[in-house]
Design a protein around this ligand. Structure first.
Ligand SMILES: [Zn+2]
Length: 324
């Protein structure tokens, strides 16, 4: 689907804003109690498009003056995270829902925020995020999900790993089931008070990005994290404050630590040669969780970093950006 912001410059900028921020502009269109403001002049036909897309987003809300619901990104790509920020609302925002995924709001940077993850295979095109408030009202915001350019590679299983491709795939399936259970749990509070950081002192040496599909025969393995090359035994720091939920050696992922940041957000650190934390331990941002290694299905010293939001693996590099 075409992105209206990219249709030949007819509508460069348009926003959907809450009541109470009304401005005296010639192309202002009122849709009580909300309106769509067309900043760039365009054809009348073009103006009706955003009205159809956005004009019915209000259901019985009675927001205060200055009330706003903002998205970090209206045009995300598959694998991205979307943050919903609410300010100035008289009634507390409770949940944000996208398809079968529901996230709670929590306090961050003076706003109420909720984060939703898009799978690497998420449906593309326009979709609705429903924001519900205490007392019943709801607001619908729309996102237009773009297709991610997927890199496909042949899965190489070097003899040094000591397994066949089918054994490797079975090991991943088994361990992904265990991980899936851990990260499906939503701790109903956030441990996060600061922006997320990257885990190494030097994060420049990215060897594999999020969204690579490694194929072997008719099977495919998604690489749904970011790989950072680093010298063995480089310290791996927690991306943010949280509680350790997993700190054990695994068959596929080697020594792995999973940190729960609350409200369905988890960070995962794989292939380490040493683990320096224990399950249940509270960690602060930057605290050393372990040391970079080459354990599990790995062919060189590196850190694999994954982020899970409500059980969905999202692009760690884009995730870090939305908190800034
Ligand atoms: Zn990796």
């Amino acid at each position: 689907m075409k992105n209206p912001a990219h249709t030949g410059g007819v509508l460069h900028v348009w926003r959907f804003e809450g009541a109470g921020t009304r401005e005296n502009e010639p192309w202002l269109l009122s849709i009580s109690p909300f309106y769509v403001r067309i900043v760039e002049r365009g054809m009348k036909k073009a103006i009706f498009i955003p009205i159809l897309l956005f004009g019915f987003g209000v259901a019985a809300a009675s927001p205060a003056a200055g009330f706003s619901v903002r998205l970090s990104n209206t045009y995300p790509t598959q694998g991205d995270t979307v943050m919903i920020s609410v300010t100035g609302s008289a009634s507390a925002p409770l949940t944000a829902t996208l398809g079968d995924q529901t996230a709670n709001f929590f306090s961050f940077g003076g706003n109420s925020v909720a984060v939703l993850g898009l799978k690497v295979t998420a449906q593309t095109g326009w979709q609705s995020i429903t924001v519900r408030f205490a007392g019943g009202p709801a607001i619908i915001k729309r996102i237009d999900v773009f297709k991610k350019q997927i890199v496909t590679e042949k899965l190489e299983v070097p003899p040094s790993l000591g397994v066949t491709a089918p054994q490797l795939i079975q090991g991943l399936k088994d361990e992904n089931a265990v991980i899936g259970n851990i990260v499906a749990a939503v701790t109903p509070q956030s441990y996060v008070t600061r922006n997320f950081g990257l885990p190494l002192a030097d994060n420049r040496y990215i060897t594999d990005r999020y969204g690579i599909l490694r194929k072997t025969g008719d099977q495919g393995i998604w690489h749904l994290g970011t790989d950072f090359a680093a010298a063995p035994s480089t310290a791996v720091g927690a991306m943010n404050a949280g509680v350790v939920r997993f700190a054990t050696s695994t068959f596929s992922y080697g020594n792995m630590v999973i940190v729960d940041h609350g409200e369905g957000i988890y960070s995962m650190y794989l292939h380490m040669n040493k683990i320096l934390v224990t399950v249940g331990q509270a960690v602060r941002q930057g605290q050393t969780l372990g040391l970079v290694g080459d354990t599990g299905f790995s062919t060189g010293d590196h850190l694999h970093l994954s982020i899970k939001i409500n059980g969905i693996s999202v692009d760690p590099l884009q995730f870090v950006q939305i908190f800034r």
